[in-house]
Ligand binder design. Structure first.
Ligand SMILES: [Ca+2]
Ligand SMILES: [Ca+2]
Ligand SMILES: [Ca+2]
Ligand SMILES: [Ca+2]
Length: 469
């Protein structure tokens, strides 16, 4: 390497045409770039790993491993503490990335990167996603984030209104795949995951997995960067998880939790080992919630965390990494209080940081009122693309997503009615544009509410907002 002090932003990845010897800038804005690797090996790539020797040579800062899910957008930083890194390699089977370090003489192993939740375009941010239930099949209406002009959207008819939506990156190309789980019938209990892989959207995968009565759960339990098929089943007074790992090796059955617990549809990694964990939530008679996190290989308890309660207001539980340390945290968003809709807790987000005693409380949006069904619905995701989930809601009354960007606290507002990013004139007088769709966030969490008889009931937000059961 020559060119000390390697000013920030001056390094590039260039393409070279071997026949004409013409060069062109491929990725710019890098600092002391040393190595580049197409993420998917060969073929039509649009994701790249780039290694930087130092983030700032004069300040003796460590090196970084960057992931470009699009070569023109801001990259994700996978590792920022490499000491004199020199080259990288990736094991496609396990998804692991290896980096050599010159000064230390080490080879570092980096966990497989994962798609950002609800990122169907591969831009490293959650997309604005809504569903249209008005026809026989579900229409997925996906608005790319960041929103461009003209906007880039996908409209895909996939799944039936009776299906369960599933979210994940099953083919491991760092883009979410559209998918559903279709429960079997009394006559034929075989159930199926149907997935439209983003790497080959003209086909679909039909994976028989589970039987009638099971619950679909998605997560990357083996840590190879691809979402695995999983269902849970309540048998013999146990809660059993049936996982089909994408890296092969046959299925696993793991016992974790109690039959009366609620497993989250989407799994997250709580200890930062790159594998998603088993998550169940339990309420006591006083409506106090405890979340149990288990290892997906062994079923061993990793964490038991009390957080949130349904005593004064409905409480939405939304797992996700809100602090950006690759470990999932627990957020609880309270709706309007049962007796006093404007009570202090109404509309607050209580976020418990995993691995410390820290938590934050943020008031945001219009509290969801269970009696009237009005107000904001939580819509978790990373909308500003900084690797941290944001406090974010969807407001059905004006079909608008609102988020508080975690990178710098900016207020994000995005109208999206499934067809247009611009609200019609006099929106409030046009009921056909209101309450039109249901946001994604409504599908991945849990909610606890107090019943008229004083008992508490936990439901999946999927069932709660779709008024199932
Ligand atoms: Ca994918
Ligand atoms: Ca996997
Ligand atoms: Ca975290
Ligand atoms: Ca964020």
């Amino acid at each position: 390497m020559t060119g000390f002090p390697f000013p920030a932003g001056a390094a590039e990845v260039r393409t070279v045409n071997l026949d004409t010897r013409a060069q062109a800038v491929f990725i710019s804005g890098l600092t002391s770039a040393l190595d580049v690797l197409p993420f998917n090996g060969t073929g039509d790539n649009d994701s790249y790993l780039v290694l930087e020797f130092s983030a700032n040579m004069l300040a003796q800062q460590p090196g970084r491993l960057k992931l470009f899910t699009s070569r023109t957008e801001t990259p994700r930083i996978l590792v920022n503490n490499l000491i004199t890194p020199t080259s990288l390699a990736r094991d496609a089977q396990t998804g692991k990335i290896f980096v050599t370090e010159k000064a230390t003489g080490r080879v570092m192993r980096v966990n497989a990167p994962h798609a950002v939740m609800f990122d169907y375009f591969g831009m490293g941010r959650s997309n604005y996603l809504s569903f249209d239930f008005k026809s026989e099949s579900i229409r997925w209406d996906i608005l790319r984030n960041p929103v461009t002009s003209p906007s880039q959207v996908r409209h895909v008819n996939f799944g039936l209104p009776s299906d369960y939506f599933v979210f994940g990156d099953f083919d491991g190309d760092l883009k979410e795949d559209i998918g559903v789980w279709r429960e079997g019938t009394t006559a034929n209990s075989q159930s199926y995951f149907y997935i439209m892989p983003s790497s080959n959207p003209n086909t679909f995968i039909a994976q028989p997995w589970g039987i009638k009565g099971d619950t679909p759960v998605t997560g990357d339990f083996d840590g190879d960067g691809k979402t695995d098929f999983c269902v849970t089943r309540r048998v013999d007074n146990q809660l059993t998880w049936y996982i089909l790992p994408s890296s092969g090796g046959g299925f696993r059955s793991i016992t974790f939790g109690l039959p009366e617990d609620f497993e989250n549809f989407a799994s997250f990694d709580f200890n930062g080992d790159g594998r998603d964990d088993l998550i169940v939530t339990r309420s006591d008679q006083n409506g106090i919630l405890t979340h149990y996190i288990g290892d997906a290989n062994t079923g061993a308890l990793i964490l038991a965390q009390q957080w949130g309660n349904g005593k004064d207001a409905p409480a939405f539980v939304l797992f996700g990494d809100y602090t950006g340390d690759t470990r999932a945290d627990i957020a609880v968003n309270y709706g309007a209080c049962y007796s006093n809709p404007t009570c202090d807790n109404a509309g607050t987000w209580w976020i418990k940081e995993t691995g410390s005693n820290n938590y934050t409380v943020t008031k945001f949006g219009i509290p969801f009122n269970e009696q009237t069904g009005t107000g904001d619905q939580p819509a978790p995701g990373d909308y500003d693309g900084d690797g941290k989930f944001d406090v974010s809601v969807f407001r059905p009354s004006n079909t608008t997503f609102y988020a508080l960007g975690s990178s710098n606290g900016q207020f994000i507002a995005q109208y999206w009615d499934g067809n247009s990013t611009a609200p019609p004139a006099n929106l409030m007088n046009k009921p056909e544009f209101q309450n039109k769709s249901i946001p994604t966030g409504a599908f991945i969490g849990l909610v606890i509410t107090k019943q008229p008889d004083g008992t508490f009931r936990v439901k999946r937000t999927f069932d709660f907002f779709l008024s199932k059961n």
